[in-house]
Design a binder for this molecule. Structure first.
Ligand code: PHE
Length: 538
């Protein structure tokens, strides 16, 4: 078997790589839009509950599973879950840790290429919204529509190569070049350089936004303080009268849980793979907390202070609303058009977004590359080529069916909203109930610089987190699944997108089945030492 001997170079390197995976478009675009739409300051109550009860425990679970799997010589989700769960069923369920990164990569890299395109257009002064401010919103939305082909399918491939296809090729190529270079030479080196640049870029834009004062004397209420208040003051949602009403709305809690999963990159199998390149004496508990804290700094302190307040300052309350893409690609260019030196701040902002997206998208590729190497016994070049072909086909499907982003939304719905709960539950059950919470605590604490008390770890992993997961999952099915399935029954592009997901799933399942035989044979030749139990400690 082609067992890779790859390792992270340094402890800071692994923390930055995991933080790089976590810090992405979710922090700067998804978070501000979701928080503002779900009660502003009030949203932070369910957000922090979800962080403490779901995000951090599942993060610990993924780090611990990955670390133990790596000690046994495995790096992919099916192999690790199959080994630690001691049964084939977990191996097959582990296919979710391949399916989700593959499908999410297909659309994530596309959005990443839009940020690259915007950075390029700003750099060359080609994103000009004209001199009439009343025309800015219409021109900005026209620019985005033309770039992504929002109004028509097949738009991108008509009449020569569309510029956005070229930007996609560049973004796609950058990802695969980095991933080809490997764990420490590719991912770690890139994150070590990109993360500080991102802090500098986001810091520069933040200072610009916080020093805007009251740019338009005709609208004295549109100032920095009110912009921050608009984002962060607790406010009622819908027709409710009190800000606390948001807390009674299950949709707000679901939005918070979904955001926490997405932003921390947990429940995708990505962190498990990264942790499998740790050494046996490497810390897990503190490193994972440091990476999560870094992500929260980017999300709340940078993402939460820039996008919405800036939009409020120039466009007022009515202009500072919108979903992830509306806010990021329609509203912000209008804000930059108003802002002094906006062209350069636009360039800095979108370059930062591109870097943030690359550090995330490479983390979506590595778990599948590791699996292909483990499953087929092939080298890096072959596995990179196979995954490149699969994901390129998926991307071309999304590029072609661009109308209203229906295909992209479908993939996001099934993977980043539904899949995360499924894989999150599988991971916690394998760790706490099958592998054993006390054993898991022992693995996590080997070499750890922070020791959570065993009972806290056990109660969280065995009871609290699984119960929260089941509650959130049940509420999600009750509130959203029915409507969605009905819309799917109408067929068309969403159904085709589900077809792609199903095809990739089938392909991966076949590979897992074939790989399982290989792994069983290898294990028969090389019985792994059973991990010491807690009774062996001290
Ligand atoms: N955490 C990333 C973001 O906030 C998204 C992501 C999810 C990346 C899962 C990798 C794995 O944008």
């Amino acid at each position: 078997m082609a067992r890779t001997k790859e390792r992270w170079g340094t402890r800071l390197g692994v923390i930055l790589a995991v933080a790089g995976s976590a810090v992405g478009l979710g922090n700067f675009l998804r978070f501000p839009g979701t928080a503002a739409q779900n009660g502003g300051g009030t949203f932070m109550v369910p957000y922090f509950c979800a962080l403490l009860l779901l995000g951090i425990p599942i993060c610990w679970a993924e780090w611990t599973l990955g670390k133990r799997g790596g000690q046994l010589g495995y790096h992919s989700c099916p192999a690790i879950l199959g080994q630690l769960g001691g049964s084939r069923i977990w191996r097959y369920l582990g296919v979710m840790g391949l399916l989700m990164p593959t499908i999410v990569y297909m659309y994530y890299v596309l959005v990443e290429s839009w940020t690259l395109a915007y950075a390029g257009y700003y750099l060359f002064g080609r994103l000009d919204l004209g001199s009439d401010p009343s025309q800015y919103p219409a021109r900005s939305s026209q620019f985005f529509t033309n770039l992504v082909g929002l109004d028509q399918d097949g738009f991108m491939l008509q009449g020569g190569l569309h510029p956005s296809v070229i930007f996609w090729m560049i973004a796609f190529g950058v990802n695969f070049c980095l991933i080809y270079r490997g764990i420490s030479k590719g991912i770690e080196k890139f994150c070590n350089v990109a993360m500080p640049i991102m802090v500098l870029c986001a810091g520069a834009v933040l200072i610009r936004v916080l020093t805007l004062g009251t740019p338009d004397p005709a609208h004295p209420d549109q100032n920095v303080l009110n912009g921050l208040g608009f984002m962060w003051n607790p406010k009622p949602i819908g027709s409710a009268h009190s800000a606390l009403s948001a807390l009674a709305d299950p949709k707000v809690w679901l939005a918070a849980a979904g955001q926490v999963f997405f932003t921390l990159s947990v429940g995708f199998g990505v962190i498990m793979n990264y942790a499998s390149y740790l050494g046996p004496k490497d810390d897990v508990v503190l490193s994972s907390l440091t990476a999560s804290a870094t992500n929260e700094f980017f999300e709340v302190c940078l993402g939460g202070l820039i996008t919405i307040p800036a939009a409020f300052i120039f466009l007022g309350a009515a202009g500072a609303v919108g979903g992830t893409f509306g806010l990021g690609f329609n509203t912000l260019p209008v804000v930059f058009a108003y802002m002094p030196a906006g062209r350069w701040f636009g360039f800095i902002w979108f370059t930062m977004l591109f870097l943030a997206a690359v550090t995330s998208s490479i983390s979506l590729l590595q778990p599948v590359i590791a699996f292909l190497e483990e499953a087929l016994g092939v080298g890096r070049r072959a596995s990179v080529t196979i995954l490149g072909l699969i994901t390129a086909l998926g991307c071309l499907f999304l590029i072609y069916f661009s109308k209203d982003l229906a295909a992209l939304d479908t993939m996001d719905f099934w993977m980043a909203q539904l899949g995360i709960f499924i894989l999150g539950t599988i991971e916690v059950v394998v760790l706490a109930w099958v592998f054993g919470a006390r054993r898991a605590h022992w693995v996590a604490c080997q070499g750890a610089e922070l020791h959570p008390p065993s009972w806290v770890f056990t109660v969280l992993m065995r009871c609290i987190t699984p119960l929260c997961l089941l509650t959130v999952f049940g509420a999600w099915c009750y509130l959203y699944a029915g409507d969605y399935l009905r819309s799917l029954a109408r067929g068309g592009v969403p159904l085709a997108a589900v077809g792609i997901i199903a095809t990739v799933l089938l392909f991966m399942l076949i590979l897992v089945h074939l790989a399982g035989r290989r792994w069983d044979r290898a294990d028969a030749d090389r019985l792994p030492p059973s991990p010491p139990g807690p009774e062996d400690v001290g």
